[in-house]
Ligand binder design. Structure first.
Ligand SMILES: [Zn+2]
Length: 426
């Protein structure tokens, strides 16, 4: 390029940039789109060690964070670090005590806790949803597509089930067929997103976990991670193209669990390495829950919904266990206990001001499709980070009978909940 051409090029570029800045509604006219990708069973220390240029590129836009799965360790929400429970944590923004998926087989999801696809379809059935997946059960069982008791909705485009196609993908002991399916699925995800730009997409790739189980930590596993990164790269190129069409894309990439520290072959327990996962996102407006705390897998669905501008119905929202990690939030890390006749609630405040509404229920009829009657305990200043409220005689008597309470704190920006479970009934 000659110097003169460079100058004219820069001049044109400046005019274009100034022009873009002078359009008052430039940002708000972009259509929001959201995608999440699960790369199976990659511990945080491995993704941090292995060269992953595409994940690094996306991280540089916004951020990489270590994250957690497994619920609150030692509490009512502790969840096995197993794949299907992990996907359900993400999909429903609840832990296994609510979504009821504890293993990869014989799942009995409690569909009363809606998943993100149901929330999106319920909000506006004209929104386009897509699943690209190396495991068909994700759509047919966990999401529960087409099942009346799961809301009877359809995913607009599904590309999955190839693990059942033994002609095209003959099974082998080394799971090379899974490697081939991941390639097939990610290629189609990139093609479809480039062409159609669905409003909400889920891409699930499995091969990393298969190599992890077979070989444990080591070069074979790292090679699978590098390959998964390249598959993300194809999808990222498609998103870059869609962004040029004035679409506002949020991408979140994560894993469903870590691996055991000794060999890297297993997972399912509550060790630090099994619980420690990671997230990569291009989100422009990360909040302090992501940048100062380590987010949980259950935070992803509320974040994607917030980006899409979708607010789930109150009864669904107040059961969700996650905190959005974009935009303003009121609180995180909400917990509560009852001592004597006092309810002690505590949380990490994030908003500078505002009042939260504290409520309590002593039933869990929601889990069976019903409604719980909440007592309003009053307004509390969010900034305080804690509240102590005296329970009424009637509330105390009810608690002494049920030994169970659900506490909800609804802040100006987000809603948190906590269960008090006292299994010891004297
Ligand atoms: Zn897994």
């Amino acid at each position: 390029m000659t110097p003169m051409k460079t100058i004219s090029y820069l001049l044109v570029l400046s005019i274009l940039v100034i022009g873009a800045c002078q359009t008052p509604e430039a940002g708000s006219t972009k259509k929001p789109k959201a995608i999440f990708i699960i790369l199976d069973g990659i511990p945080a220390d491995v993704v941090e060690k292995v060269a992953t240029p595409y994940l690094d590129t996306i991280s540089r836009i916004a951020g990489y964070s270590r994250a957690y799965v497994g619920g609150i360790k030692g509490s009512y929400s502790e969840t096995p670090t197993i794949s299907a429970p992990g996907y359900m944590d993400l999909l429903t923004s609840t832990w296994a005590n609510k979504h009821n998926v504890w293993d990869n087989y014989n799942q009995q999801p409690n569909y009363h806790y809606w998943n993100i696809f149901r929330m999106v379809e319920q909000h506006d059935s004209s929104l386009q949803t897509a699943i690209f997946s190396t495991w068909q059960d994700n759509r047919t069982i966990l999401v529960g597509e087409g099942q009346p008791r799961a809301g009877n909705f359809q995913i607009d485009y599904a590309f999955d089930g190839f693990e059942r196609d033994t002609l095209q993908f003959p099974h082998d002991k080394e799971a090379r067929y899974i490697q081939a399916i991941d390639e097939h699925v990610s290629t189609e995800a990139a093609r479809y997103i480039h062409e159609k730009g669905p409003d909400l997409s889920w891409v699930y790739l499995e091969y990393t976990d298969d190599v992890g189980h077979a070989s444990g930590d080591g070069e074979a596993f790292y090679a699978a991670v590098r390959q998964a990164d390249a598959q993300v790269g194809k999808i990222w190129q498609a998103i870059k193209y869609r962004e040029s069409l004035r679409e506002d894309w949020l991408i979140v990439i994560t894993t469903d669990h870590g691996r055991d520290a000794l060999t890297g072959r297993g997972h399912g327990g509550q060790s630090t390495r099994e619980r420690t996962t990671w997230m990569v996102t291009n989100a422009a407006n990360l909040n302090s829950h992501y940048t100062s705390e380590e987010p949980y897998v259950v935070d992803i669905a509320p974040t994607l919904l917030k980006h899409l501008g979708i607010v789930p119905p109150t009864e669904i929202r107040q059961e969700m266990d996650g905190t959005p990690f974009i935009g303003p939030i009121s609180m995180s890390n909400f917990a509560a206990e009852i001592q004597g006749d006092m309810l002690h609630a505590r949380w990490t405040p994030h908003a500078e001001s505002g009042q939260g509404s504290l409520r309590i229920a002593f039933t869990n009829t929601f889990a069976k499709g019903g409604q719980d009657d909440y007592y309003t305990l009053g307004k509390v200043p969010v900034l305080d980070g804690q509240a102590k409220v005296k329970l009424s005689q009637k509330q105390l008597e009810t608690y002494q009978r049920t030994r169970f309470a659900k506490i909800v704190l609804q802040g100006p920006y987000n809603t948190s909940n906590y269960w008090i479970v006292n299994a010891v009934i004297q």
